[in-house]
Design a protein around this ligand. Structure first.
Ligand SMILES: Nc1ncnc2c1ncn2[C@@H]1O[C@H](COP(=O)(O)OP(=O)(O)OP(=O)(O)O)[C@@H](O)[C@H]1O
Ligand SMILES: Nc1ncnc2c1ncn2[C@@H]1O[C@H](COP(=O)(O)OP(=O)(O)OP(=O)(O)O)[C@@H](O)[C@H]1O
Ligand SMILES: [Mg+2]
Ligand SMILES: [Mg+2]
Lengths: 227, 227
């Protein structure tokens, strides 16, 4: 499903160049659940942004569902983002003056879904992350972990092929983290592919594969003990 | 140092009222290190915002360094925030179009420190969180964990009496988390008082006391095994 080869990403920060990704290569099969770990600044979010078609690599190739992402025009790219990928940002990226319900409806709006379908699917997604009673709150009226769960619901609502989650449990207590991981596990059983960044061993332990990053490179890629 | 009694905080979210704090009472001595845990939405940040003089309780009393915070005028309150408290926000709250260096200098600017003192103290604080080589980056040019460390450096730079840290390691890998906790431990040894919110057992284990919150109430307050 995902075939990324020798990805490089160089940022220009004024006079200095930051080589955030140094030839990262990665393959993920349909229905796999992969965890990415690594120290702060090691390139995890940079890699996720490229996999999520939110950023282009400086060099290297990336094929998603068999398509060469580099060849996709703006509109086709936007469609792929909307229809194939559900992205949970490390910093949530919720619309400020918009309710949780409307934030979650947004991807369905872009997908052209009608009002009734949007409302019912968004309500269901919020139900799954335990936030039905906060659907009319705006992000500033939600706790950090609640904002994170709205971001997760938004990523699920279009039933995408791939979920890319950047620290999905960073602001969640252990009990709520387990609930979110159970939810992701159900989706994997149902055929969804999940790539998640985490710094918590307990979360990585639930993935089938754990990828370790260091200074922009993938330094290990290990299958977890369980079948 | 901190004496909070029967704190209540009710939010009005449209038609619904959210009773985020239900009579939380808390005492913290000078030089103590206290961890606050609890499920997502249990009131941790609400409590921290009141302790940090960033929000007023709906009812209840709060004495900081012997002063009744409710009686403080706007200016006095701003002084207390600037001189007594170092606050690490759950969502960092860094200034966007400003470098890491300048973000960390900000509290010193409000404290009236001269340019040379500001620059050298800010550089030292960034050094302590391992970000000397990122001092000229803007937040958008920093990884999540790097932004978090800039927020920590900013909270330390005025050598406040109290550090209030809301999930200071939420975005940090274990190694960097340990470095941050070592840093906080040194500050506690040097007489600083630290109250931190965390959802990670390993972090809470390093505090002298662990407070558990549930639905706006403090349900347990236990001393950790170590002296
Ligand atoms: N826009 C940018 N301009 C310059 N440098 C950047 C930019 N974005 C990221 N970086 C740098 O690239 C490196 C990798 O960043 P990235 O966000 O991928 O790290 P990360 O592994 O996600 O870290 P964390 O665990 O802290 O979230 C970091 O050192 C960061 O400073
Ligand atoms: N401005 C607000 N208006 C309405 N409700 C609010 C507001 N801010 C917070 N709340 C609600 O108050 C409750 C407590 O929020 P708080 O941010 O203190 O939780 P928390 O324990 O910090 O959670 P987390 O671990 O997810 O960060 C939550 O249920 C939240 O929805
Ligand atoms: Mg990141
Ligand atoms: Mg919080």
């Amino acid at each position: 499903l995902i075939v990324a080869a020798k990805l490089h990403r160089v940022y220009d920060a004024g006079e200095v160049q930051v080589h955030a990704l140094r030839g990262a290569s990665l393959k993920v099969k349909k229905g796999e659940c992969v965890a990415i770990m690594g120290s702060s600044g090691s390139g995890k979010s940079t890699l996720m942004n490229i996999l999520g078609c939110l950023d282009k690599p400086t060099s290297g190739s990336y094929y998603l569902c068999g398509e060469d992402v580099a060849r996709l025009g703006r509109n086709r790219l936007a469609d792929v983002r909307n229809q194939t990928i559900g992205f949970v940002f490390q910093s949530f990226n919720l619309l400020a003056r918009t309710s949780a319900q409307e934030n979650v409806e947004l991807p369905l709006y872009y997908a052209g879904a009608g009002g009734r379908e949007r409302r019912s699917k968004a309500a269901e997604a919020l139900e799954r992350v335990g936030l039905s009673d906060r659907s009319h709150h705006h992000p500033s009226q939600l706790s950090g972990g609640q904002q994170q769960r709205v971001a997760i619901a938004r990523a699920l609502v279009t039933s995408p092929k791939v979920i890319l989650a950047d620290e999905p449990t960073g602001n969640l207590d252990s009990k709520t983290s387990v609930e979110v991981m159970d939810l992701l596990a159900d989706l994997v059983d149902a055929g969804m592919t999940v790539v998640l960044v985490t710094h918590e061993q307990g979360i990585a332990a639930r993935a089938q594969r754990v990828i370790e990053m260091c200074d922009g490179e993938i330094v290990s890629d290990v299958r977890n003990g369980r079948t």
